[in-house]
Design a binder for this molecule. Structure first.
Ligand code: SF4
Length: 296
C-alpha cells in the first residue's frame, strides 16, 4: 500500500483497511491541531487508489471495512467519492462500510441526494471533529462553522442514513465556561444523535496557535476538578440511545467507555470516584506528554 505523510486513524479502525485517497486536511486551520500543519491538502490519483486496491485484494480479500485517509477525505466531491466507493466494492466485494474523517464543512457542499447516493454505496460512520456546541469556542478553535450549522449539516447526514461519530473536546471553552460548554455540547449531541462520542481534553503541541496562547497565559487550561465538573455535567445532560461513548483517549482525566444510556450511571460513578482519588489535587492543571496524555 502506498501512504504519504503521517497517517492517522481512530482507535476503533484498527482492523480496517486504510486506503489513502487524500493527503493532509483541506481546512488545516484549527487552532489546537498540528496533525497536518506541514502538509498540503492533495488528492491521490485514482490510478494510485486502484493500485492499492489491487494489492489489498491479494492480502485482505475478505476485509469488510475500509477507512479512507487522510485528514478529511469527505472534502472530495460526491462524484469522486462515488468513484472510489465503486472501485472499493469492485476489488473488495465483502466491504460493508467505507468510513473516514470528515468535517462539518465537507458536508455543506453536498446535496441531500448526493449524501443518499454515498450512503447507498456504503459510505457511513464518518468521524467528525464537532468539538463543542458553543459558538465562541468553535470560533476560537477556528473550526469554520457555527453550532447551528453543525446541527443542520449533521441532521442532513442523519436524514441520508449516514451515521456519524462526534469528537468532543472537554475544556475547549476554558474553565470559566465549562458549565456552558457542557450544556451547549450536550444539546448539540442530543439534537444530532451520533452513534459514537469520542471525548478528549484540550491539549496543544508546539506549532499551533493554542499552544502559544497557553504558554503566554491568554488561554488558561482547566484544572483536574474543572475537567471533571465539565465531563460530569455533559454526561448527565446526554439523552441518547444506541450511542457508544469512548473516553479512553489518554488525554482524559477519567478513562471510561460504555453505551448510552445503559452505562451512564456507571460512567458517572467513575467520574465521582476519580474526583475522590484526585482529592487534594483538584486545583492542579494536568501535566502532559505525547498526544496530550495526562501524567498523574
Ligand atoms: S482538527 Fe481536523 S479539521 Fe481541524 S485542522 Fe486538524 S485535521 Fe483538520
Amino acid at each position: 500500500m502506498h501512504y504519504t505523510g503521517t497517517i492517522y486513524r481512530p482507535p476503533f479502525e484498527a482492523r480496517s483497511l486504510l486506503l489513502q485517497v487524500t493527503t493532509g486536511c483541506s481546512h488545516n486551520r484549527c487552532s489546537f491541531c498540528t496533525m497536518y500543519r506541514d502538509e498540503q491538502f492533495g488528492v491521490e490519483p485514482l490510478e494510485q487508489v486502484e493500485a492499492d486496491l489491487q494489492e489489498a485484494r491479494e492480502y485482505v480479500p475478505n476485509v469488510t471495512r475500509v477507512f479512507l485517509e487522510n485528514g478529511d477525505p469527505f472534502a472530495l466531491s460526491a462524484d469522486r467519492l462515488e468513484e472510489i466507493a465503486v472501485m472499493v466494492h469492485a476489488y473488495l466485494p465483502k466491504v460493508e462500510t467505507i468510513a473516514m474523517y470528515a468535517s462539518i464543512k465537507n458536508v455543506i457542499g453536498k446535496t441531500d441526494e448526493e449524501l443518499k447516493r454515498l450512503r447507498i454505496l456504503g459510505i457511513n460512520e464518518l468521524n467528525i471533529g464537532v468539538e463543542s456546541g458553543l459558538d465562541d469556542a468553535l470560533s476560537y478553535m477556528n473550526k469554520g462553522y457555527t453550532a447551528k450549522q453543525a446541527v443542520y449539516e449533521l441532521n442532513r447526514l442523519g436524514a441520508a442514513g449516514i451515521d456519524y461519530g462526534a469528537n468532543i473536546i472537554l475544556g475547549c471553552a476554558g474553565a470559566e465556561r465549562r458549565h456552558e460548554n457542557a450544556a451547549a455540547t450536550a444539546t448539540l449531541l442530543n439534537e444530532t444523535k451520533p452513534y459514537l462520542i469520542f471525548t478528549g481534553t484540550l491539549h496543544a503541541d508546539p506549532g499551533c496557535p493554542l499552544y502559544e496562547d497557553m504558554k503566554n497565559g491568554s488561554f488558561v487550561e482547566s484544572t483536574f476538578g474543572e475537567y471533571l465538573d465539565e465531563e460530569e455535567e455533559l454526561l448527565e445532560l446526554l439523552d441518547l440511545k444506541d450511542c457508544y461513548l469512548f473516553g479512553l483517549h489518554p488525554s482524559n482525566i477519567v478513562r471510561m467507555h460504555g453505551n448510552l444510556p445503559e452505562d451512564k450511571a456507571a460512567m458517572l460513578e467513575l467520574v465521582r470516584k476519580r474526583r475522590e482519588q484526585l482529592a487534594g489535587r483538584l486545583d492542579e492543571r494536568p501535566a502532559r506528554y505525547g498526544e496530550g496524555a495526562v501524567l498523574f
